[in-house]
Ligand binder design. Structure first.
Ligand code: SF4
Length: 72
């Protein structure tokens, strides 16, 4: 139950990127986390680091594996 609440809060802060197949989580050396949109490599009109939360996106592609890291 606690995990569900936490995931809902993250979803509210990140928006569609939270469970988008194109999103990757990047963590800096200082521990800050960023969402990188891999679709930006295919279409340069998409920002590499989208301004969050994203509420509307033409390339949104939902996945059951939300917020994967850049290494997965
Ligand atoms: S395609 Fe859209 S929803 Fe998906 S990661 Fe990029 S900006 Fe976020």
């Amino acid at each position: 139950m606690l995990v569900l609440v936490t995931n809902e809060l993250k979803n509210m802060q990140v928006g569609l990127c939270y469970d988008c197949r194109h999103a990757r989580t990047i963590t800096s050396d200082r521990g800050s986390s960023f969402i990188m949109c891999q679709y930006s490599a295919v279409d340069s009109t998409f920002p590499k680091y989208p301004r969050l939360p994203v509420f509307s996106c033409a390339a949104y592609l939902p996945t059951n594996d939300p917020l994967r890291t850049s290494n997965s």
